[in-house]
Design a protein around this ligand. Structure first.
Ligand SMILES: [Zn+2]
Length: 136
């Protein structure tokens, strides 16, 4: 199906195309998001692409008030923290992503187990285009 290498670069290309992709081991069925080229469970290198539905639930999160420069550029600071979370996908894999549309000034209102849907945040243009994985 897809001939791309199982790498972070392919993963980011897929994100640009609004696809959340992982690799599945053909031998033991283990799933990896972002993709791995070698299975860490059975050491097989026979992988295939697997598309995630993009639905999951919040497993853990943290609100970050002092972020990296590109987040500060987006307007996040001490008064406007952003939320970074771990999302457990329906496929059973956990991914780290930005959590949108939550009240980061009141972290107690953010609930573990909340159902979430994937969102792709496109930033920059041309060669600098990057897409961030987010859920809301
Ligand atoms: Zn395997």
């Amino acid at each position: 199906m897809e001939e791309r290498p199982f790498s972070d670069i392919s993963y980011e290309q897929f994100l640009n195309e609004e696809k959340l992709m992982g690799s599945r081991c053909k031998k033991c069925g283990a799933l990896f998001v972002p993709p791995r080229s070698i299975c860490i469970k059975c050491y097989s290198s026979e992988m295939e692409w697997a598309k995630m539905e993009g639905k999951g639930k919040l497993a853990a999160f943290t609100c970050i008030a002092v972020g990296p420069p590109f987040m500060i550029q987006e307007g996040y600071d001490r008064k406007h923290p952003y939320c970074s979370g771990v999302v457990e996908l329906e496929e059973g894999v956990r991914v780290v992503a930005r959590i949108e549309e939550v009240n980061t000034t009141k972290p107690e209102t953010i609930k573990i187990g909340n159902p979430l849907t994937v969102e792709f945040l496109h930033r920059g243009e041309g060669e600098n285009l990057r897409t961030f994985l987010a859920f809301k």
